[in-house]
Design a protein around this ligand. Structure first.
Ligand code: ZN
Length: 212
């Protein structure tokens, strides 16, 4: 934060709050206090017949890598609605019976990621906005070397291990080991095109018109 969004003053001070628990930006001119809260991200783990829907990103960060469809929650928007909206945007898919699956705290990015599980309606999807490709992946065939985000890796790991059936798997987890940069595919992954079709394990998205 470089200036006060209330009065435009550049005279911002960083002060400890009254409880001694958090640093606040406080304007020296108008005395406004500015809070810095985590950004919320809502993500879908959409299943169809034991497979999970992944999108290959068409934008940075993580261009060309696979991830669960998702994105930032808008102001006033319910979490699950944001997960459904982003899945429709990126994969042209409707997901039914959304239930909260995992929550990841990402303090390095000042973000909190909520992952919802649900069922892909009629198994239908297509390539949407900001997406190069959309595919269904079996648990045995997930693209571990070409995932965009650490929260995708964590959620897919639990999905692959079927850990949602365990009472010991906490639904809220800290991803404190995250590096600030997006991991790139390893040399081995680069040598093996991640887009290589492996039918029939993976069902690939047809153009949207063919899905309708
Ligand atoms: Zn001010």
């Amino acid at each position: 934060m470089k200036f006060c969004s209330d009065c435009g003053s550049l005279g911002l001070n960083v002060e400890m709050d009254a409880h001694g628990t958090a640093l606040r930006y406080r304007c020296g001119r108008c005395q406004a206090t500015h809070y810095r809260n985590p950004r919320l991200v809502a993500v879908c783990l959409a299943e169809w017949q034991g497979q999970v829907l992944l999108c290959r990103r068409g934008i940075e960060p993580g261009h060309g890598l696979w991830t669960l469809p998702g994105g930032y929650v808008e102001a006033g928007e319910p979490l699950q609605a944001a997960a459904a909206r982003e899945t429709m945007k990126e994969a042209r898919a409707v997901v039914d019976e959304l239930v909260l699956y995992r929550v990841y705290n990402l303090p390095k990015f000042n973000e909190v990621v909520a992952v919802f599980r649900g069922t892909l309606r009629e198994g239908r999807f297509a390539v949407g906005e900001e997406t190069l490709e959309a595919s269904l992946w079996s648990k045995r065939d997930l693209p571990w070397d070409a995932l965009a985000f650490e929260y995708s890796r964590a959620a897919l790991h639990d999905f692959a291990m079927q850990r949602w059936q365990s009472v010991y798997a906490s639904p809220v987890q800290d991803l404190v080991w995250l590096q600030p940069s997006v991991p790139k595919p390893s040399a081995g992954a680069a040598a093996r095109p991640v887009t290589a079709p492996r039918e029939p394990l993976r069902r690939r998205a047809a153009p949207e018109s063919a899905q309708a």
